[in-house]
Design a protein around this ligand. Structure first.
Ligand code: HEM
Length: 499
């Protein structure tokens, strides 16, 4: 019979050592503190099977009732923190912004042309430079200087909607880009088929599709998938990557070269790109800054069109579903502005109900339901929990905050009255949640606020209709004004020629 002694001794020692290593790692990593509570992860998959990857906020919200306002989970191998309350979001993103202002990085950013996009950029000098460039043009004091452009674009959109209501989606996009491109590049969108507009919309669409949460999580967990040859069955991302890179190049170069040419021949109006290049006294050699201007300008234009267009879709749906809200808004406009002219920015303080409609639109369905995820640059301790370095932090803006039952009873109902006192004046809740927090707060929020307001103030009447479109909803559109007065308005603003 063999003597088991040394084998048993070795096995016991190895086990004791393994336990010691684990305990030590736990102690060092967590300072002895627990991670925030959360659902038990499966090996390899983490908690991915517990959520619908196309709308993870639903599961995050369900978890809230079991685990609370701050949750730790794993999506495949990626550890994540989910914030389920406004207070915790402010504590972490604002009061501890030195820790929570990074963005998670992905091996997919380069192949899908997101590596030059400030929205996803790691916290650091390059991000700071991009942010400074955008801040100069989009800080609050600059916004009134864009009002005339925004008003003109809103009138153009109204005219296009009346002429061809079915195409509302492209009218919304054209509304945004027809003031955004002049602000950024002094570029006037004249033709319907415009190659810069076309590149911007393709970029936004492609990036959105390529970075869909499900495939992204899969490829990040199994990066070897990226190495598969393009002829391999089911491998479509290689072709998608080539197109994304080409489009990413187009949105930077096409408008930038336009500005460069016009600067060399003179006669440019002020715009973000020309002003920044002039202010910085840049020569061709200042490569880093020139590149940053080019990159930041293209992303601001693309992001603005995507988020604002989506918000106008939400508004349109809300109006079709809630004709009584629309009737009240139009009654207010008719009372304050009359029927002989369209509202302008000077009317804004006198239209509290319309203001409440805008706030309710942003609350009812925020277009970035989880914001853009942040990441930590160092580890942290919050409310007795250990928050690891590099963890991805999601703010569950939609379900846990803008649909918080306690703050907004019956949150699924579209009720602008939530933002009004009994006497009809506005409450102090300005609904800033959808624009994020802290150092990474939306750089275009003031511009977005002005453009959404003028758009909804200029809208005609919408009602449920009989025609139907794939992925669209049916509605009819009628002007609040007489045909003659709309035509007079269009004529006086010179819009008849341009649409
Ligand atoms: C309805 C319209 C918009 C919504 C709902 C929206 C929402 C957001 C959100 C949630 C973030 C992330 C904030 C965070 O990380 O905490 C963000 C970031 C950003 N937004 Fe907006 N946005 C809108 C319009 C715009 C416009 C018009 C522009 C451009 C002028 C813009 C430019 C940006 C940029 C550059 C960032 C990245 C900021 C950074 O990472 O430092 N957005 N936006």
């Amino acid at each position: 019979m063999l003597d088991d002694g040394p084998v048993l001794y070795l096995a016991t020692s190895a086990l004791a050592l393994a336990v010691l290593i684990c305990v030590r790692r736990y102690w060092v990593d967590h300072s002895g503190l627990p991670l925030p509570p959360g659902p038990t992860p499966l090996p390899l998959l983490g908690n991915i099977l517990s959520l619908d990857v196309t709308q993870p906020w639903l599961a995050f919200n369900t978890w809230r009732f079991t685990y609370g306002d701050i949750i730790y989970a794993r999506l495949f191998s990626k550890p994540v923190i989910v914030i389920n309350s406004e207070e915790v979001a402010k504590d972490l993103f604002e009061r501890r912004s030195h820790v929570y202002s990074d963005r998670p990085q992905s091996i997919l950013y380069e192949p899908f042309a997101v590596d030059f996009n400030i929205v996803f950029m790691p916290y650091g000098d390059r991000w700071r430079l991009h942010r400074r460039i955008l801040h100069q043009a989009f800080r609050q004091v600059e916004i009134p200087s864009y009002h005339a452009l925004q008003l003109r674009s809103a009138h153009k959109m109204l005219f296009s909607l009346l002429q061809n209501p079915d195409d509302y989606s492209s009218h919304f996009q054209m509304f945004i880009l027809s003031f955004m491109l002049p602000i950024v590049y002094d570029y006037e969108v004249k033709a319907k088929e415009d190659r810069i507009v076309d590149a911007m919309s393709r970029y936004v669409k492609m990036v959105g599709e390529s970075l869909a949460p499900g495939p992204t999580a899969l490829m990040e967990t199994f990066p070897c998938l990226l190495q598969l040859p393009s002829w391999f069955p089911g491998v479509t991302f290689k072709q998608a990557s080539v197109k994304c890179i080409q489009t990413g190049y187009d949105i930077q170069e096409l408008p930038f070269q336009y500005v460069r040419e016009r600067m060399s021949t003179g006669g440019m109006l002020p715009c973000l790109v020309a002003d920044t290049l002039n202010k910085m006294g840049l020569s061709e050699e200042d490569d880093d800054i020139t590149t940053a201007v080019k990159e930041a300008a293209s992303i601001a234009s693309a992001v603005a069109s995507d988020t604002s267009t989506s918000t106008l879709h939400v508004f349109l749906l809300a109006m079709v579903l809630n004709p009584e809200v629309q009737a009240k808004a139009h009654a207010e406009i008719n009372r304050v502005v009359g029927k002989d002219r369209l509202p302008d920015f000077d009317d804004r303080p006198s239209l509290p109900y319309l203001e409440a409609v805008l706030r309710e639109t942003l609350r009812w369905h925020p277009v970035a339901p989880l914001g853009i995820p942040h990441a930590t640059t160092t580890s942290d301790i919050y409310k007795g929990y250990f928050i690891p370095k590099g963890v991805v932090v999601f703010a569950n803006i939609f379900r846990a905050m803008t649909h918080d039952e306690k703050k907004y009873p019956n949150p699924g109902e579209f009720k602008p009255e939530r933002f009004l006192h009994e006497d009809g004046s506005l409450t102090s809740d300005t609904m800033p949640l959808g624009f994020g927090w802290g150092r990474r707060i939306c750089a275009g929020r003031h511009l977005a606020d002005a453009s959404l307001w003028i758009a909804i103030a200029s809208f005609p009447k919408f009602s449920a209709g009989i025609t139907s479109h794939p992925e669209k909803f049916p509605f009819r559109i009628v002007t609040r004004f007489s045909d003659a007065s709309v035509r007079t308005l269009m004529h006086s603003t010179g819009l008849e020629q341009s649409v």
